[in-house]
Ligand binder design. Structure first.
Ligand code: GTP
Ligand code: MG
Length: 317
């Protein structure tokens, strides 16, 4: 039996190996993805993002446990955490205490930073596919809401949960405008702290300023104390309602189409660039860069010429 069949039969070691193969990228990774892609598209992909130390990992653990209580299997990916992700151990301990015993329906993995922009987004998206093909009902991806890569990862999720905490300042600028565009559910965690209500009112005001709800969805604001599990059931309710809303409103298919198209274009771009680099020598490419720098040619024309040369046609157009 091949690795993919083993994984689909519930073999956790096969799953872990496939995750590593795909995370590393390269030909082996691509071959594995090509075979398992047909099994993807089943999971509810949930992004959880927010500032460092907001309690994302604690919350993700609690959300996973709540989803388990609702009979869903859960895959968790922590992307580039600044602090080591202790979720696996904590979760393992909690699960072991339950009558279920050794719970094979939860899988936790930390993704190391690739150190290159775009690399981590690619690797995350591909590992999500592995977990999806493995049959997890829900896949939670934790990212620190800081840079472009995180926003890109969030865009790949069906439901994006943005975690805020009290006391980050009350001016509108304190909460990044970009976050409004990606949030499907707001969670104000550490609601045991003072000023939690203030943060909630502030978010409410921001949402109202935002105008017409995207996809006819009113973004809920859920208050949680993740360390005590408070509000977690409401957070999961909101997350599940959002998926239902997407499906009932016909938005789900459209999101999927856009996502698939974006991904296809990205891959095509990468392949085209690879082809050019393979067929046009480094010296020639460097000469072209020099010509662009000295304004003897513009970058558009240069790119067209190089592509035409790589393809062996007279002119790209
Ligand atoms: N008071 C309080 N503390 C919390 C709450 N949730 C999490 N914490 C604490 O906040 C700290 C950070 O929690 P994490 O779950 O590691 O936060 P994180 O957002 O995953 O952190 P990074 O991944 O490093 O960005 C820990 O000490 C938690 O115990 C909460 O609801 N209330
Ligand atoms: Mg974390």
């Amino acid at each position: 039996m091949g690795l993919i069949d083993q994984m689909r039969a519930g073999d956790r070691r096969a799953l872990a190996r496939l995750v590593t193969i795909v995370e590393n990228g390269g030909d082996d990774g691509r071959r594995a993805l090509a075979k398992l892609y047909q099994y993807t598209g089943q999971a509810h992909i949930i992004g959880v993002t927010g500032p460092p130390g907001a309690g994302k990992s604690t919350l993700v653990n609690e959300i996973a446990l709540e989803l388990r209580r609702r009979d869903a299997s859960v895959g968790i990916l922590a992307v580039d955490p600044t602090s080591p992700f202790t979720g696996g151990a904590i979760l393992g301990d909690r699960i072991r205490m339950q009558p279920l015993g050794h719970d094979r329906s939860i899988f936790v993995r930390s993704m190391a930073s690739r150190g290159q922009l775009g690399g981590i987004a690619r690797a995350t998206g591909d590992v999500v596919k592995v977990l999806d093909a493995a049959g997890f009902n829900a896949i939670i991806v934790e990212t620190i809401g800081a840079g472009q890569a995180e926003v890109e990862i969030a865009r790949e999720a069906h439901t994006t949960v943005v975690v805020e905490v009290p006391g980050l300042g009350d001016d509108v600028q304190a909460i990044k405008a970009g976050i409004l565009e990606i949030a499907d559910v707001f969670v104000v965690n550490k609601a045991d702290r003072e000023d939690a209500q203030k943060t909630q009112r502030h978010l409410q005001a921001m949402l109202q300023l935002g105008g017409v709800p995207r996809e006819q969805w009113d973004v809920p604001i859920v208050m949680t104390v993740a360390t005590r599990g408070e509000g977690v059931a409401q957070a999961v309710d909101a997350i599940q309602s959002h998926l239902q809303h997407l499906k009932a409103g016909g938005y789900f298919g459209e999101r999927e189409r856009q996502r698939v198209e974006r991904e296809f274009r990205m891959i095509l771009q990468g392949l085209a660039l690879g082809l050019v680099q393979e067929r046009v020598g480094a010296a020639q490419r460097e000469a072209m860069v020099a010509q662009i720098q000295t304004r003897r040619i513009d970058p558009y024309t240069a790119a067209e010429r190089m592509l035409a040369e790589a393809l062996g046609v007279g002119e790209a157009r």
